[in-house]
Design a protein around this ligand. Structure first.
Ligand code: MRU
Length: 326
């Protein structure tokens, strides 16, 4: 935030265009979360914290602002964590300070996730990830990609299979963009190609992020994660989840209680892309008369998860409920 304006990377334009999106007030910032100008659990949380700070600075009814910001997206726990934390501030100075602390904490926690997670990555590993849980989805490091970046920076040879992640293609657009920027060798694969490579023993390790973790260790993440976890187990490949403890919802006893966002059917029926003339446009791929269903997340049951990598260390899913007091 600069002079009360929240500045976001306009993610729907990536990888074809890099642009900063200015949010002048808390409503515009909140709506940027709804419209996925900013997305990914940690980045949503940090942005929501600053939206609350904007409401304090403008002398708004902060209770009303909190409800508005929370109503933008239902699944990512970090949104609720950040709004509730800033709401407790006694004045605008404290609200700005708490918002800044949330962003700094996210960067710090994710760097530590990288340090713990890197120990699981051996030289020469081929790693599969789903959606985007890198530095576009968090502050500075990312969750699932942080161990990959640490491994690369420490001289390990790694290769990443980036699932394209329909319908919004966060894997093909955002994870591939990040990996290219970081110089990590990678290939974008169609979502339905993951099992093929796993069965051919070309995947050593699967790591994904999370939008909300229930107290029993069930994990909500981008739609399609569940099937990757089942396939990993079937093929004897370790499946890890990386997330800061701010993503854990200790009040939510199991994954079937996590609210799953249903998004607009147009995201499935159409696609965005750049044509040969360099023009970015939306094209329809399904018949005009077809309808679509578009759940944005699914829940991977704890039994498929080898470990959850947090800033506090690596935990078995059944240990998650005890982290609160550790
Ligand atoms: O709908 P999004 O893009 O906000 O979804 C969040 C995600 O990118 C993922 O589910 C991710 O793997 C975990 S949160 C960084």
């Amino acid at each position: 935030m600069e002079d009360g304006i929240v500045k976001l990377i306009n993610q729907p334009l990536l990888p074809h265009k890099f642009e900063i999106y200015d949010c002048k007030d808390y409503k515009i910032t909140a709506e940027a979360i709804r419209d996925m100008v900013v997305r990914g659990a940690g980045a949503i949380g940090a942005t929501a914290g600053y939206a609350m700070a904007q409401a304090f600075l403008a002398g708004e009814d902060v209770g009303k602002a909190a409800e508005y910001i929370k109503s933008m997206r239902p699944t990512a726990q970090n949104l609720f964590y950040a709004v509730d934390k800033v709401l407790k501030a006694k004045d605008k100075e404290e609200a700005v300070k708490v918002a800044q602390e949330i962003a700094d904490e996210d960067a710090d926690f994710c760097e530590r996730i990288g340090e713990h997670g890197e120990n699981l990555i051996q030289d020469g590993f081929k790693i599969l990830t789903h959606c985007n849980a890198g530095w576009l989805a968090f502050v500075d490091w990312g969750s699932a990609l942080s161990p990959v970046y640490k491994a690369k920076r420490n001289g390990k040879n790694v290769f990443v299979f980036a699932d394209e992640t329909r319908p919004r293609c966060q894997g093909a657009r955002l994870t591939a963009f990040e990996l290219a920027q970081e110089g990590v060798p990678h290939a974008v694969i169609a979502d339905n190609a993951a099992g093929y490579y796993m069965k051919k023993k070309e995947v050593d390790f699967v790591i994904v992020g999370s939008d909300r973790i229930a107290a029993n260790g069930d994990v909500a993440n981008k739609i399609g994660t569940y099937e990757k976890a089942v396939l990993a187990k079937e093929n004897g490949i370790p499946f890890y989840v990386a997330a800061p403890t701010t993503t854990i919802d200790f009040e939510c006893e199991s994954g079937d209680k996590i609210p799953i966002e249903e998004r607009d059917e147009g995201e499935v029926l159409c696609m965005f892309g750049k044509d040969n003339c360099g023009k970015v446009s939306k094209i329809r791929i399904a018949p005009e008369e077809s309808k679509a269903k578009n759940p944005a997340f699914d829940v991977t049951p704890a039994k498929y998860i080898a470990g959850i990598i947090t800033e506090k260390g690596i935990f078995k899913p059944e240990e998650i409920k005890d982290i609160k007091n550790s």
